[in-house]
Write a protein that binds this ligand. Sequence first.
Ligand code: PAF
Length: 294
Amino acid sequence: MKIVKSIHDMQNVIKQEKINGKIIGFVPTMGYLHDGHLSLIKRAREESEIVVVSIFVNPLQFGPNEDFDRYPRDFERDKKLAEEAGADVLFCPETTDMYPDKPVVTVSVNRRTDALCGKSRIGHFDGVATVLTKLFNIISPDKAFFGLKDAQQVAVVKGLVDDFNFPVTIIGCETKREQDGLAMSSRNMYLTEEERKEAHHLYQSLQKAQDWLLDCDSGETEEKMIKYLEEQTDGIVEYCKILSYPELLPPETDDEKLIIAVSVRFSKARLIDNVIIDNIFEKKGSGEEKCSVH
Ligand code: PAF
Protein backbone atom coordinates (compact mmCIF):
# COMPACT_ATOMS: atom_id res chain seq x y z
CA MET A 1 0.00 0.00 0.00
CA LYS A 2 1.29 3.44 -0.98
CA ILE A 3 1.21 6.18 1.64
CA VAL A 4 0.69 9.55 -0.02
CA LYS A 5 0.92 12.74 1.99
CA SER A 6 0.81 15.60 -0.49
CA ILE A 7 -2.07 16.63 -2.74
CA HIS A 8 0.33 17.02 -5.63
CA ASP A 9 1.67 13.43 -5.26
CA MET A 10 -1.88 12.10 -4.91
CA GLN A 11 -2.92 13.79 -8.15
CA ASN A 12 0.09 12.26 -9.93
CA VAL A 13 -0.71 8.76 -8.67
CA ILE A 14 -4.32 9.11 -9.87
CA LYS A 15 -3.24 10.54 -13.23
CA GLN A 16 -1.18 7.42 -13.88
CA GLU A 17 -3.95 5.06 -12.78
CA LYS A 18 -6.45 6.87 -15.02
CA ILE A 19 -4.02 6.55 -17.99
CA ASN A 20 -4.00 2.82 -17.17
CA GLY A 21 -7.80 2.90 -17.37
CA LYS A 22 -8.33 1.79 -13.77
CA ILE A 23 -11.65 2.14 -11.91
CA ILE A 24 -10.94 4.16 -8.77
CA GLY A 25 -12.90 3.40 -5.58
CA PHE A 26 -12.65 5.92 -2.75
CA VAL A 27 -13.36 5.61 0.99
CA PRO A 28 -13.07 8.98 2.76
CA THR A 29 -12.51 8.71 6.52
CA MET A 30 -11.31 10.71 9.49
CA GLY A 31 -9.26 7.74 10.69
CA TYR A 32 -9.42 5.69 13.88
CA LEU A 33 -10.72 2.94 11.63
CA HIS A 34 -13.22 0.40 12.94
CA ASP A 35 -14.98 -2.56 11.33
CA GLY A 36 -17.53 -0.20 9.74
CA HIS A 37 -14.75 1.57 7.80
CA LEU A 38 -13.08 -1.75 7.01
CA SER A 39 -16.31 -3.07 5.49
CA LEU A 40 -16.41 0.02 3.24
CA ILE A 41 -12.81 -0.62 2.15
CA LYS A 42 -13.61 -4.29 1.47
CA ARG A 43 -16.67 -3.29 -0.57
CA ALA A 44 -14.55 -0.79 -2.52
CA ARG A 45 -11.99 -3.57 -3.09
CA GLU A 46 -14.71 -5.77 -4.60
CA GLU A 47 -16.12 -3.05 -6.83
CA SER A 48 -13.03 -1.17 -8.03
CA GLU A 49 -9.52 -1.75 -9.33
CA ILE A 50 -7.66 0.86 -7.26
CA VAL A 51 -8.84 1.57 -3.72
CA VAL A 52 -7.93 4.93 -2.21
CA VAL A 53 -8.63 5.54 1.49
CA SER A 54 -8.21 9.04 2.87
CA ILE A 55 -7.56 9.90 6.50
CA PHE A 56 -8.12 13.54 7.26
CA VAL A 57 -9.71 15.01 10.38
CA ASN A 58 -11.40 17.92 8.69
CA PRO A 59 -11.44 21.00 10.96
CA LEU A 60 -14.11 22.67 8.83
CA GLN A 61 -16.81 20.22 9.90
CA PHE A 62 -16.32 20.63 13.68
CA GLY A 63 -18.12 23.34 15.63
CA PRO A 64 -16.21 25.46 18.20
CA ASN A 65 -17.40 23.29 21.12
CA GLU A 66 -17.00 19.95 19.37
CA ASP A 67 -14.29 17.30 19.65
CA PHE A 68 -11.81 18.27 16.90
CA ASP A 69 -8.81 18.41 19.27
CA ARG A 70 -9.62 15.20 21.07
CA TYR A 71 -10.91 13.28 18.02
CA PRO A 72 -9.14 9.88 18.31
CA ARG A 73 -6.09 9.48 16.06
CA ASP A 74 -3.81 6.44 15.60
CA PHE A 75 -2.03 6.50 12.27
CA GLU A 76 0.10 3.34 12.68
CA ARG A 77 -2.96 1.26 13.58
CA ASP A 78 -5.02 2.76 10.75
CA LYS A 79 -2.22 2.06 8.24
CA LYS A 80 -2.13 -1.62 9.18
CA LEU A 81 -5.91 -2.02 9.15
CA ALA A 82 -6.40 -0.19 5.84
CA GLU A 83 -3.75 -2.33 4.15
CA GLU A 84 -5.21 -5.56 5.54
CA ALA A 85 -8.68 -4.55 4.32
CA GLY A 86 -7.34 -4.09 0.79
CA ALA A 87 -6.47 -0.40 0.30
CA ASP A 88 -3.93 0.36 -2.45
CA VAL A 89 -3.32 3.97 -1.50
CA LEU A 90 -3.64 5.75 1.85
CA PHE A 91 -3.98 9.50 1.37
CA CYS A 92 -3.29 11.42 4.56
CA PRO A 93 -2.74 15.09 3.83
CA GLU A 94 -1.66 17.69 6.38
CA THR A 95 -4.20 20.35 7.34
CA THR A 96 -1.76 22.98 6.02
CA ASP A 97 -1.79 21.29 2.60
CA MET A 98 -5.60 21.00 2.48
CA TYR A 99 -6.21 24.49 3.89
CA PRO A 100 -3.04 26.56 3.41
CA ASP A 101 -5.07 29.68 4.14
CA LYS A 102 -8.61 30.66 5.10
CA PRO A 103 -10.59 29.33 2.09
CA VAL A 104 -11.71 31.87 -0.49
CA VAL A 105 -14.60 29.58 -1.47
CA THR A 106 -16.51 27.02 0.60
CA VAL A 107 -19.58 24.96 -0.26
CA SER A 108 -22.88 25.87 1.34
CA VAL A 109 -25.57 23.19 1.65
CA ASN A 110 -29.10 24.54 1.20
CA ARG A 111 -31.33 21.53 1.76
CA ARG A 112 -31.46 18.27 3.75
CA THR A 113 -29.72 19.96 6.71
CA ASP A 114 -32.58 21.60 8.65
CA ALA A 115 -33.33 18.38 10.52
CA LEU A 116 -31.48 15.72 12.55
CA CYS A 117 -27.79 16.51 13.19
CA GLY A 118 -27.76 19.44 10.77
CA LYS A 119 -30.18 21.32 13.00
CA SER A 120 -27.79 21.50 15.95
CA ARG A 121 -24.44 21.13 14.14
CA ILE A 122 -24.55 24.45 12.33
CA GLY A 123 -22.07 24.53 9.42
CA HIS A 124 -21.14 20.86 9.86
CA PHE A 125 -22.45 19.75 6.47
CA ASP A 126 -20.95 22.81 4.74
CA GLY A 127 -17.60 21.58 6.09
CA VAL A 128 -18.28 18.02 4.92
CA ALA A 129 -19.37 19.18 1.45
CA THR A 130 -16.33 21.47 1.15
CA VAL A 131 -13.77 18.82 2.08
CA LEU A 132 -15.45 16.22 -0.15
CA THR A 133 -15.43 18.66 -3.07
CA LYS A 134 -11.68 18.97 -2.58
CA LEU A 135 -11.16 15.22 -2.12
CA PHE A 136 -13.29 14.36 -5.18
CA ASN A 137 -11.26 16.84 -7.23
CA ILE A 138 -7.94 15.46 -5.96
CA ILE A 139 -8.82 11.76 -6.28
CA SER A 140 -11.33 11.78 -9.19
CA PRO A 141 -12.95 8.55 -7.96
CA ASP A 142 -15.40 6.59 -10.09
CA LYS A 143 -17.18 5.37 -6.95
CA ALA A 144 -17.18 6.62 -3.38
CA PHE A 145 -18.34 4.51 -0.43
CA PHE A 146 -20.08 5.93 2.66
CA GLY A 147 -21.64 4.28 5.70
CA LEU A 148 -25.39 4.73 6.08
CA LYS A 149 -24.98 5.27 9.83
CA ASP A 150 -24.48 8.87 8.71
CA ALA A 151 -27.53 8.74 6.45
CA GLN A 152 -27.92 12.53 6.49
CA GLN A 153 -24.34 12.81 5.25
CA VAL A 154 -25.11 10.37 2.42
CA ALA A 155 -28.21 12.44 1.49
CA VAL A 156 -26.12 15.64 1.43
CA VAL A 157 -23.26 14.01 -0.52
CA LYS A 158 -25.72 12.69 -3.13
CA GLY A 159 -27.07 16.23 -3.46
CA LEU A 160 -23.53 17.63 -3.80
CA VAL A 161 -22.60 15.15 -6.50
CA ASP A 162 -25.86 15.69 -8.43
CA ASP A 163 -25.80 19.48 -8.18
CA PHE A 164 -22.11 19.88 -9.01
CA ASN A 165 -22.06 17.09 -11.61
CA PHE A 166 -19.20 15.15 -10.10
CA PRO A 167 -18.71 12.04 -12.24
CA VAL A 168 -18.74 9.75 -9.21
CA THR A 169 -21.29 7.18 -8.05
CA ILE A 170 -22.10 7.44 -4.34
CA ILE A 171 -22.62 4.07 -2.73
CA GLY A 172 -24.36 4.07 0.68
CA CYS A 173 -23.38 0.93 2.62
CA GLU A 174 -25.27 -0.78 5.41
CA THR A 175 -24.37 0.15 9.01
CA LYS A 176 -22.01 -2.30 10.71
CA ARG A 177 -23.08 -3.20 14.24
CA GLU A 178 -21.60 -4.69 17.39
CA GLN A 179 -23.15 -7.97 18.55
CA ASP A 180 -25.72 -6.17 20.72
CA GLY A 181 -26.78 -3.94 17.81
CA LEU A 182 -24.79 -0.78 18.67
CA ALA A 183 -23.75 0.94 15.44
CA MET A 184 -19.96 1.00 15.07
CA SER A 185 -18.43 4.44 15.48
CA SER A 186 -15.04 5.91 16.34
CA ARG A 187 -16.82 7.81 19.11
CA ASN A 188 -18.01 4.63 20.93
CA MET A 189 -14.61 4.62 22.66
CA TYR A 190 -15.72 7.70 24.66
CA LEU A 191 -18.50 5.73 26.38
CA THR A 192 -18.10 4.73 30.03
CA GLU A 193 -18.63 1.07 30.87
CA GLU A 194 -22.14 1.82 32.10
CA GLU A 195 -23.02 3.90 29.02
CA ARG A 196 -21.68 1.18 26.71
CA LYS A 197 -24.16 -1.24 28.33
CA GLU A 198 -27.01 1.19 27.69
CA ALA A 199 -25.99 2.23 24.18
CA HIS A 200 -27.62 -0.71 22.36
CA HIS A 201 -31.00 0.77 23.29
CA LEU A 202 -30.61 3.25 20.42
CA TYR A 203 -30.88 0.33 18.00
CA GLN A 204 -33.63 -1.26 20.09
CA SER A 205 -35.63 1.97 19.87
CA LEU A 206 -35.32 1.87 16.07
CA GLN A 207 -36.54 -1.72 15.97
CA LYS A 208 -39.46 -0.94 18.24
CA ALA A 209 -40.34 2.16 16.25
CA GLN A 210 -40.89 0.04 13.15
CA ASP A 211 -43.52 -1.96 15.05
CA TRP A 212 -45.07 1.11 16.66
CA LEU A 213 -45.36 2.74 13.24
CA LEU A 214 -47.72 0.00 12.15
CA ASP A 215 -50.29 1.34 14.63
CA CYS A 216 -49.23 4.88 15.49
CA ASP A 217 -48.54 7.99 13.45
CA SER A 218 -44.99 9.29 13.22
CA GLY A 219 -45.45 11.91 15.99
CA GLU A 220 -46.72 9.32 18.46
CA THR A 221 -43.98 6.90 17.50
CA GLU A 222 -41.34 9.58 18.06
CA GLU A 223 -42.78 10.22 21.54
CA LYS A 224 -42.73 6.52 22.37
CA MET A 225 -39.09 6.31 21.25
CA ILE A 226 -38.12 9.25 23.47
CA LYS A 227 -39.92 7.72 26.44
CA TYR A 228 -38.24 4.36 25.84
CA LEU A 229 -34.75 5.89 25.60
CA GLU A 230 -35.28 8.09 28.65
CA GLU A 231 -36.28 5.00 30.63
CA GLN A 232 -33.50 2.75 29.36
CA THR A 233 -30.50 5.13 29.32
CA ASP A 234 -29.05 7.98 31.35
CA GLY A 235 -28.26 9.83 28.12
CA ILE A 236 -29.97 12.99 26.91
CA VAL A 237 -32.20 12.25 23.94
CA GLU A 238 -31.40 14.89 21.32
CA TYR A 239 -33.88 13.70 18.73
CA CYS A 240 -36.04 10.79 17.62
CA LYS A 241 -37.35 11.62 14.16
CA ILE A 242 -39.26 9.98 11.36
CA LEU A 243 -38.76 11.79 8.06
CA SER A 244 -38.81 11.20 4.33
CA TYR A 245 -35.49 10.06 2.87
CA PRO A 246 -33.37 11.53 1.36
CA GLU A 247 -35.21 14.89 1.58
CA LEU A 248 -35.55 14.70 5.39
CA LEU A 249 -38.96 16.36 5.46
CA PRO A 250 -42.08 15.36 7.42
CA PRO A 251 -43.60 12.36 5.61
CA GLU A 252 -46.60 13.25 3.47
CA THR A 253 -47.63 10.16 1.57
CA ASP A 254 -47.97 6.48 2.43
CA ASP A 255 -45.43 5.25 -0.10
CA GLU A 256 -42.42 7.37 0.83
CA LYS A 257 -39.05 5.97 1.78
CA LEU A 258 -38.58 6.85 5.45
CA ILE A 259 -35.72 7.29 7.84
CA ILE A 260 -36.18 6.66 11.56
CA ALA A 261 -33.27 8.44 13.22
CA VAL A 262 -32.10 8.85 16.78
CA SER A 263 -29.40 10.80 18.62
CA VAL A 264 -28.50 10.45 22.29
CA ARG A 265 -25.87 12.47 24.13
CA PHE A 266 -23.90 10.54 26.75
CA SER A 267 -21.30 12.14 29.06
CA LYS A 268 -18.55 12.35 26.43
CA ALA A 269 -20.11 10.96 23.26
CA ARG A 270 -23.04 11.86 21.14
CA LEU A 271 -24.30 8.72 19.38
CA ILE A 272 -26.50 8.55 16.29
CA ASP A 273 -28.24 5.68 14.56
CA ASN A 274 -31.00 5.15 12.01
CA VAL A 275 -32.88 2.70 9.86
CA ILE A 276 -34.16 3.47 6.37
CA ILE A 277 -37.36 1.71 5.35
CA ASP A 278 -39.53 1.52 2.24
CA ASN A 279 -43.28 1.95 2.46
CA ILE A 280 -43.94 1.23 6.14
CA PHE A 281 -47.42 2.69 5.82
CA GLU A 282 -48.38 0.03 3.29
CA LYS A 283 -48.12 -2.46 6.14
CA LYS A 284 -50.50 -0.44 8.33
CA GLY A 285 -53.64 -2.32 9.33
CA SER A 286 -56.99 -0.61 9.79
CA GLY A 287 -57.61 -2.38 13.12
CA GLU A 288 -58.02 -1.12 16.64
CA GLU A 289 -56.01 1.81 17.99
CA LYS A 290 -53.00 0.27 19.76
CA CYS A 291 -50.93 3.36 20.23
CA SER A 292 -50.44 4.60 23.74
CA VAL A 293 -47.71 7.05 24.64
CA HIS A 294 -48.30 7.49 28.36
O1 PAF B 1 -17.82 10.56 7.66
C1 PAF B 1 -16.70 11.06 7.86
O2 PAF B 1 -15.82 10.43 8.44
C2 PAF B 1 -16.42 12.46 7.36
O3 PAF B 1 -17.54 13.27 7.48
C3 PAF B 1 -15.87 12.50 5.92
C4 PAF B 1 -16.87 11.94 4.93
C5 PAF B 1 -14.59 11.69 5.86
C6 PAF B 1 -15.56 13.94 5.53
O4 PAF B 1 -14.61 14.51 6.36
